[in-house]
Design a protein around this ligand. Structure first.
Ligand SMILES: *Cc1c(COP(=O)(O)O)cnc(C)c1O
Length: 433
């Protein structure tokens, strides 16, 4: 989609509302309808055959494709600057869907040590059941990333802004390493969103999201998406036979040769969703389409509020540190202009000098902040990782993950910043005095 009378590409603020959507051809409905239908009637037998052969693109059965979900896929692909996108049932499903066409038993993925907690478990434990493995590396150590890549590596994986500790990945540097090795770089852009960070422009091949978070933005539905840049040459080596060679799971179709830049997306639908079944439902897609319409407005406010709250916390003598790349004090602030020029997100951690017990009292004393295991909501959220999400880890492991006993994590919402500061102020007074 481009502006009507010129070739000028549409801006983000326009695409977040119009991308992937046009008035409903059947009714003229202006908003994308919820196509709550499992199956779609074929025009005739020839139409059915050409849909099944992927000779024609259309709707067959909602495990594979659905018009409401398709609108969301097209919109997110447009916002990320990708060639195509496949929605799925959660962010974790998206990560499996991204790896699935690339991996085989014995293959590994080189991943950053700074990842969402659930992703650490998925990569370190669960994918082993598929015969895959992950090699965890400090992505600030470029030599270590290079050294970790071996003949069985099929992808490199990191987060743009990593949870929980205000870390920003040097995406251009990591993309260069992946490119030299002939491997795709997968970036989880959940905490940044395409408004703050554009991984494909920085060299990423695939972008994954938990749409559960900022893209939906209001804490209503679980979902995920895999976006493909459409730029990777899957046929340059023999490492990606599902895409470059005849795919036995689709009667020998050669996806890359047949679909070019759309190969990964077609494979994701025709094989990934068909056989793994991690499908997004149309009702969920509708909520996310609603949420995305205001993404840029929300992210601007999230970032402005996060800077205000973090700055206030940093000068408070009861606070031992604030770890947020939006602050001058952050070791990662130099990466902001390149990696996330519109801001470092709204997720950060801070420490209380008074330690574990004071953190627990703080969490119990807040009013506006909600104590939940989530992030990226319009509402401000707070959690004490050491007593919840990271309680199964040893203290050393907690510290390595940026979630030591004295650390509190917040996801700053879009309420009034002074109200948020006042709430933390009264809670700190109760927790510490
Ligand atoms: C929440 C989250 C996930 C997992 O997403 P779900 O939708 O909960 O499956 C993955 N990565 C990041 C960065 C997240 O915040």
């Amino acid at each position: 989609m481009s502006a009507s009378d010129t070739d000028r590409p549409l801006a983000f603020d326009t695409l977040q509302i119009h991308g992937g959507a046009k008035p409903d051809p059947a009714t003229g409905a202006r908003q994308v309808p919820i196509y709550q239908s499992t199956a779609f009637v074929f025009r005739d037998a020839a139409h059915a055959a050409s849909l099944f052969n992927l000779k024609e693109v259309g709707f067959i059965y909602s495990r594979l494709t659905n018009p409401t979900v398709a609108a969301l896929q097209d919109r997110i692909a447009a916002l990320e600057g990708g060639a195509g996108a496949v929605c799925c049932s959660s962010g974790h499903a998206a990560q499996i869907m991204a790896l699935f066409p690339l991996m085989a038993p014995g293959c590994n993925v080189v991943v950053s040590t700074r990842l969402y907690g659930g992703t650490v478990t998925q990569m370190s434990q669960t994918i082993r059941r598929f015969g895959w493995s992950a090699k965890f590396v400090d992505f600030d150590d470029e030599a270590a990333v290079r050294a970790a890549i071996d003949d069985d590596t099929r992808a490199v994986f990191c987060e743009s802004i990593a949870n929980p500790g205000g870390y920003i990945t040097d995406i251009p540097a990591i993309a260069a390493i992946a490119r030299e090795a002939g491997l795709p770089l997968i970036v989880d852009n959940t905490s940044a969103t395409p408004y703050l960070c554009r991984p494909i422009e920085l060299g990423a091949t695939l972008v994954v999201h938990s749409t559960t978070k900022y893209l939906t933005g209001n804490g209503t539905v679980t979902g995920g998406v895999v976006v493909d840049a459409g730029t990777f040459d899957w046929s340059a080596s023999d490492k990606f036979p599902s895409l470059s060679a005849p795919e036995p799971a689709y009667h020998g179709l050669k996806f890359h040769e047949t679909f070019g830049p759309a190969a990964f997306t077609f494979h994701g639908i025709a094989v990934g969703l068909r056989d793994l079944g991690m499908t997004m439902n149309p009702q969920g897609a509708h909520y996310t389409l609603m949420g995305i319409e205001t993404l840029s407005l929300r992210m601007e406010r999230h970032v402005a509020n996060a800077i205000k709250v973090a700055t206030w916390l940093e000068q408070d003598e009861r606070v031992s540190f604030v770890s947020y790349a939006g602050l001058e004090s952050s070791p990662y602030k130099d990466r902001v202009p390149t990696v996330c020029p519109k801001g470092a997100g709204a997720l950060f951690t801070f420490g209380l000098k008074a330690g574990y017990e004071a953190c627990v009292r703080l969490i119990d004393a807040v009013d506006i902040f909600s104590h939940v295991a989530n992030l990226g909501d319009t509402r401000s959220l707070i959690i004490h990782s050491a007593s919840t999400t990271h309680s199964q880890l040893t203290e050393d492991q907690q510290r390595a993950a940026g979630a030591g006993p004295e650390v509190v994590r917040v996801s700053i919402g879009i309420e009034d910043a002074d109200d948020l500061i006042a709430d933390l102020g009264q809670a700190l007074a109760k927790a510490v005095g």
